[in-house]
Design a protein around this ligand. Structure first.
Ligand code: Y43
Ligand code: MG
Length: 202
C-alpha cells in the first residue's frame, strides 16, 4: 500500500488522518512513529505559514514527500483567538483541558448568538524536489457553555455543530471525518496531491 508521511506529533490528528487516508488507499505514517524526529518551531502568523514550515522542514530532514497540518479554533467574540496559538493558548505545555477552559472563561456571559466560531485547517505538501502547495478547509460551530463529549481531541468538547445538535466530541471519528475542517481541506487537496505525487515519480 502507498504510504503518506504526515508531519504531526498530535495523536488526535494522526488517528483522523489514518482513517481519512485509508479511504483513499493510503497508509499513514506520522512523526509519532519516528523516534527523535525534530520539533519544528511554529513561528508563522498564519495557519498556512506554519503548515509550510512543518512540511518543508520534515520533507528536507527525511528527503520525502510530506504533508503537514496546521489547524486551530477561531472565535469571533475573541477577535479570532486562539487562532494560530490554539495549541499553546493556556501555555507552552499544550494542555487541551486548560486551553478549552481558557476559552470558556473568556466567553463567560457571552450569549449563544455571539459564540460563533470555526475550526480552520491548512494542509501543506512539500518535497525537496517541488514547490510546496497548500489548501485549507473550515467547519462552522458555536462554543458551548461547558465541555460535552469524550471523543476527539483539543477543542472538540466545546465546539457545537448546530445542524447536528452535537459537539464534535460527541461524534464518532467517522462522523467527524465527514464534515470536519480537516476532511474539507483534504477534499481540496485530493487532485493536487495526486498530481504532486505523479510529478515526484518522474
Ligand atoms: O479537529 C480538531 N478538534 C479539536 N481541536 C482541534 C482540531 N484541530 C485542531 N485543533 C486544535 C488542537 C490544537 O490546540 C490546535 C492545533 O495546533 P497545531 O499546531 O496545528 O497541532 P499540534 O501542535 O497539536 O500538533 P502538530 O503541530 O505536531 O501537528 O488546534
Ligand atoms: Mg503544533
Amino acid at each position: 500500500m502507498k504510504t503518506v508521511i504526515i508531519a504531526t506529533k498530535n495523536e488526535g490528528k494522526a488517528k483522523e488522518f489514518e482513517s481519512l487516508f485509508q479511504a483513499k488507499g493510503y497508509k499513514v505514517k506520522t512523526l509519532l512513529d519516528v523516534p527523535h524526529s525534530p520539533d519544528v518551531e511554529e513561528t508563522g502568523t498564519t495557519f498556512e505559514e506554519n503548515a509550510i514550515l512543518k512540511a518543508e522542514a520534515i520533507a528536507k530532514e527525511y528527503n520525502q514527500v510530506v504533508v503537514a497540518d496546521d489547524s486551530g479554533l477561531i472565535v469571533d467574540a475573541l477577535d479570532g483567538r486562539p487562532g494560530v496559538y490554539s495549541a499553546r493558548y493556556a501555555g507552552e505545555e499544550k494542555n487541551d483541558e486548560a486551553n478549552t477552559n481558557k476559552v470558556l472563561r473568556e466567553l463567560a456571559g457571552v450569549p449563544k448568538e455571539k459564540r460563533t466560531a470555526r475550526f480552520y485547517c491548512a494542509l501543506a505538501v512539500a518535497s525537496p524536489n517541488q514547490e510546496t502547495i497548500t489548501v485549507s478547509g473550515t467547519i462552522e460551530g458555536i462554543i458551548t457553555e461547558q465541555p460535552v463529549g469524550d471523543n476527539g481531541f483539543g477543542y472538540d468538547p466545546i465546539f457545537l455543530v448546530e445542524e447536528l445538535g452535537k459537539t464534535t466530541a460527541e461524534l464518532t471519528k467517522e462522523e467527524k471525518n465527514k464534515i470536519s475542517h480537516r476532511a474539507n481541506a483534504l477534499k481540496a487537496l485530493e487532485d493536487k496531491l495526486d498530481a504532486f505525487l505523479k510529478e515526484e515519480g518522474k
